[in-house]
Write a new protein. Structure first.
Ligand SMILES: C[S@@+](CC[C@H](N)C(=O)[O-])C[C@H]1O[C@@H](n2cnc3c(N)ncnc32)[C@H](O)[C@@H]1O
Length: 209
C-alpha cells in the first residue's frame, strides 16, 4: 500500500524542509544539552528533526517506512554524523525498554490505520523512554481535517483529549490543539489540519509526575 507522503517525496527533494519542527526547537528550552542523548525519531521523513538533534551531539536512530523519505534524508544530510537511518514499519519492530532520552513521533501517529495501532505505538514509545525522558508528539486530531491536498489518505483521528489522557501520568510541558495551515510543494493546495502537539516528560523514579 502506498504511504501517504510518498507522492510528495517522489516529486520534491526535501518535502518537509530543513528546519526542525516547532516543538523540537521548543524542547531545547527544557533540555540543558543534547550531547550524547539517545534520540529515536519515528516516522523521521527526510530527517529535519533527526539532523537537528544529531548536530547538537545526540545519537539518533531515525526510522521511516518510506524508502523515498529515507532516500531524500540521506541526500539532505550527507555530512551529519550520529544518525542511523533505518527502513522499518513501527508496527513491526520491537523497541528496547528504557532506551531513549527523547522519542519524537512528529506526524507519525495519524498515519497508522486504526486507533488500536495508535494506542499500541504510544504504549511502546512510552515503555522505550527512560525515566525523566521526553516524548514529542504531533498528530492530526479529530477536531477538523481538510484533506483536499491528500487524496486517498484516510488518517486515524483521535480527539486531542484522548492524546492528553494517554499521557495523564506524565508531566505535560506543552499541550495544544491548534490549526496548522499549510501548502505542500508538490500540489500547491492550501489546507488546514487540527493538530495535537505534546511535549511530555516521563516521571523520574525519584520525582513522580
Ligand atoms: C507527516 S510525515 C512527518 C515526517 C517527519 N517526522 C517530519 O516532521 O518532517 C510522517 C512520516 O511517517 C512515516 N510513516 C507512516 N507510517 C509509518 C509506519 N507505520 N512506520 C514508520 N514510519 C511511518 C511516513 O512515511 C512519513 O515519512
Amino acid at each position: 500500500m502506498p504511504l501517504p507522503y510518498d507522492a510528495g517525496y517522489a516529486l520534491c527533494p526535501c518535502f518537509w524542509g530543513r528546519r526542525p519542527g516547532r516543538l523540537v526547537s521548543e524542547l531545547t528550552r527544557l533540555l540543558p544539552s543534547w550531547q550524547d542523548l539517545s534520540v529515536l525519531d519515528l516516522g523521521c521523513g527526510e530527517g529535519k528533526n533527526a539532523a537537528f538533534a544529531a548536530k547538537r551531539g545526540a545519537n539518533v536512530l531515525a526510522i521511516d517506512a518510506s524508502r523515498l523519505a529515507l532516500r531524500n534524508a540521506v541526500a539532505a544530510w550527507p555530512r551529519v554524523s550520529n544518525i542511523h537511518w533505518q527502513h522499518a514499519d513501527i508496527r513491526e519492530i520491537e523497541l528496547l525498554p528504557n532506551a531513549y532520552d527523547v522519542i519524537l513521533a512528529y506526524g507519525l501517529l495519524h498515519c497508522l490505520t486504526s486507533e488500536s495501532q495508535v494506542l499500541r505505538v504510544v504504549a511502546d514509545i512510552q515503555h522505550a523512554t527512560i525515566a525523566g525522558g521526553f516524548n514529542v508528539v504531533c498528530a492530526f486530531n479529530s477536531r477538523h481535517q481538510d484533506l483536499r491536498a491528500h487524496p486517498g489518505f484516510v488518517p486515524t483521528l483521535l480527539a486531542h483529549d484522548d492524546y492528553v489522557r494517554l499521557y495523564s501520568t506524565w508531566a505535560l510541558d506543552h499541550s495544544t490543539d491548534t490549526d496548522l495551515n499549510e501548502t505542500h510543494p508538490h500540489n500547491g493546495i492550501p489546507h488546514t489540519h487540527s493538530m495535537t502537539r505534546l511535549i511530555a516528560r516521563k516521571p523520574s523514579h525519584d520525582h513522580p509526575a
